[in-house]
Design a binder for this molecule. Structure first.
Ligand code: BG6
Length: 450
């Protein structure tokens, strides 16, 4: 199938919409109410996309984007998990229709870290109830919007909610337990599978995939220990979801290590059959930085995988975005695309997120023009797009580039600290102002043939 190259941006419901009428609490809303001090400057989402969607879609159109990806908020569409909220149906219908009217292809993702609180109270992704609940929600979305939305994604970066909820302290409920992480991962995979199966059965004439973040591990050295660490990082960070979604497999090494260590999680024979089947139609790939690893340096005191299998490693002299602490390494996007080409049957893939978040951009305002001159972002995007272009020349089936994200938005615990946009958002007035990178990208896309 010949695809038109997608230029665009990703964003998500919880990071842009604001409070929709009738919405119930997600884990993020609940956590913010309970512990607002955890969030940078105690700031909540204030993009107000629910009311500003027409303006924001126009800004996308005018920068020459032909596609946008956002997510539906489960808690807005189905506040109690059973009934549909008419206010949300109206909003999402309007948003989708507006995109189509302006010539923007909508890509809709179903889950972007925003677990409903009613489901979290039952155990979130660690309970089997989450699989049925997610299937019901996804099926409702397909029935309501599937006549116009032809590209669906089940999850955004599922390893993130697994790790951040059950190993690290970045997402509520901040539990540290490898068996629970494994259970959440397994249930997420099965939830993904039943939804892919359902979508294909409905025969709506579209396609469905998943968005995975691909950080290819780079060992500190070629020592056996560092190479082993890189292998574990690859299994945990990439293969668990990539192999499940594309090859119908779950890494054997993780299964046998878990047996040795008595990490158990519940599976059923029917779930193993699901795992082996229902591959995706397309892949969204998020890339921000590579993963440099070394052999574990800490003693195994708890059952955390990075202490057991690998530790992060910061190579001296690398280029870093100091606001976020993330390495800048454009070659990694080329490597990630070639990895998919060489090891995953060159499935159609697009870059679903890439960008750079910078703190204190007011420092870069030109006092005469009042414009933020974000040359660092122009350089970042230019270098990464060039690497994508090279991958395409070398045979990658890459059919698009979406930046994260075109309008500054709310970033989880970091709230509005780091700004990613080519459009600046004044969080007090809601005013949108174009940055230098907006003009650059507009002209770049206009003159680019990919
Ligand atoms: C991606 C997520 O991993 O990174 C986005 O899909 C997120 O939701 C983006 O906002 C940038 O990370 P952060 O934490 O700086 O917002």
């Amino acid at each position: 199938m010949k695809r038109k190259f997608l230029w665009g941006s990703a964003f998500s419901g919880p990071q842009t919409e604001g409070k929709g009428q009738g919405k119930s609490l997600s884990t993020w809303d609940y956590w913010f109410q309970k512990e607002p001090q955890k969030f940078y400057h105690q700031l909540e989402t204030s993009n107000d996309f629910i009311n500003q969607y027409k303006t924001d879609i126009k800004l996308a159109k005018e920068v020459n984007f032909n596609s946008l990806r956002t997510s539906i908020q489960w808690t807005f569409l189905m506040p109690n998990g059973k009934d549909v909220n008419p206010a949300a149906v109206t909003f999402y219908n309007n948003m989708i229709d507006e995109m189509l009217q302006q010539g923007i292809v909508p890509i809709i993702n179903l889950f972007h870290f925003d677990m409903p609180m009613w489901l979290m109270d039952q155990g979130g992704w660690t309970t089997k109830a989450s699989i049925d609940a997610f299937l019901h929600y996804a099926t409702t979305c397909f029935q309501l919007f599937g006549d116009r939305v032809k590209t669906w994604m089940t999850f955004n970066e599922p390893i993130v909610h697994v790790e951040c909820q059950y190993l690290y302290q970045y997402h509520y409920p901040c539990i540290e337990s490898i068996p629970q992480a494994l259970q959440a991962m397994w249930n997420t995979i099965i939830a993904h599978k039943v939804v892919v199966k359902k979508y294909h059965e409905l025969n709506l004439g579209g396609e469905i995939g998943i968005i995975l973040n691909l950080k290819l591990p780079k060992p500190r050295s070629q020592s056996v220990e560092d190479l082993q660490a890189a292998n574990w990082a690859d299994i945990w960070q990439s293969r668990c979801f990539l192999d499940a979604c594309l090859k119908g497999q779950f890494p054997e090494e993780l299964i046998s290590e878990s047996k040795k260590r008595n990490w158990t999680w519940k599976t059923t024979p029917a779930e193993w059959t699901l795992l082996k089947n229902y591959p995706i139609d397309l892949l969204g790939l998020n890339y921000y930085q590579p993963l440099r690893v070394q052999a574990p340096t800490k003693l195994i005191t708890k059952d955390l995988p990075d202490q057991l299998f690998y530790n992060d490693y910061q190579k001296p002299g690398i280029k870093i975005n100091k606001s976020r602490g993330w390495e800048i390494y454009p070659e990694g996007i080329y490597e990630a695309l070639m990895h998919i080409k060489n090891n995953y049957n060159n499935i159609p893939v697009y870059i679903a997120e890439n960008g750079t978040g910078i703190e204190g951009e007011e420092k870069f305002v030109n006092q005469k023009t009042k414009m933020i001159e974000d040359d660092y972002r122009i350089e970042f995007l230019g270098d990464h797009i060039a690497a994508v272009e090279r991958a395409i020349k070398d045979g990658s089936n890459c059919f698009g580039f979406h930046m994260w994200t075109y309008i500054d938005n709310w970033s989880w615990l970091n709230s509005y600290k780091n700004r990613y946009g080519i459009v600046s958002l004044n969080i007090n007035t809601g005013q949108r102002t174009l940055k230098k990178s907006y003009y650059w990208l507009r002209d770049f896309i206009a003159n680019k043939e990919l």
